[in-house]
Design a protein around this ligand. Structure first.
Ligand SMILES: [Zn+2]
Length: 178
């Protein structure tokens, strides 16, 4: 992708992708988005939802939604709320717009700390794999603490967990990544 400005990228995608574009081609174009910074990916996804029309079809909206679902932050809530207000006018979206509503709900839950991952008991021990996905793990070769970057599967909040092996039980230090 030659243009690195999110607005240019969003416009390019909206011009390129129509209702009749095969899904694998849409996917390919979106793969290129993953080379951008998270901030640009969020911005591009929001611009797509803000500017798309019925001629773009639901696939582009769903892929934009996928981006927001994985890298969206609570700062994106106001723009997403506004974008969602105009979605019912886009016929090609049909029932799919519910999924974008789910992403908004997830971000609102994260903002309001409604998800169970915010409760202290969720973070007192070793991370439960059904709640948290491990994004990265750094093991100290000299028996120092292990640093793990985790993401809640439900609300996508990220945490850094530092695990120190004690004499009897390991100590866990959780920090929420803002
Ligand atoms: Zn959560």
């Amino acid at each position: 992708m030659d243009k690195r400005d999110p607005l240019q990228i969003a416009r390019l995608l909206l011009e390129k992708i129509s209702v009749s574009t095969p899904v694998h081609e849409v996917n390919q174009v979106f793969q290129e988005l993953n080379e951008l910074s998270e901030k640009d990916r969020r911005n591009t996804a929001l611009l797509i939802l803000e500017q798309m029309s019925s001629s773009n079809g639901h696939v582009i909206a769903l892929l934009a939604n996928e981006q927001l679902s994985s890298v969206g932050t609570i700062d994106d809530i106001p723009r997403l709320e506004n974008a969602i207000k105009r979605l019912p006018q886009i016929e090609s979206l049909g029932n799919w717009q519910k999924l974008i509503g789910d992403t908004l709900q997830k971000l609102q839950n994260r903002r309001d700390e409604l998800c169970a991952c915010h409760l202290p008991f969720s973070r007192s021990t070793e991370p439960d794999a059904t709640t948290f996905e491990t994004l990265e793990r750094k093991v100290d070769p000299n028996w120092g603490p292990t640093t793990t970057l985790l993401r809640c599967r439900l609300c996508q909040t990220r945490y850094t967990l530092i695990t120190e092996e004690g004499y009897h039980t390991p100590a866990y230090r959780w920090t929420r990544v803002i």
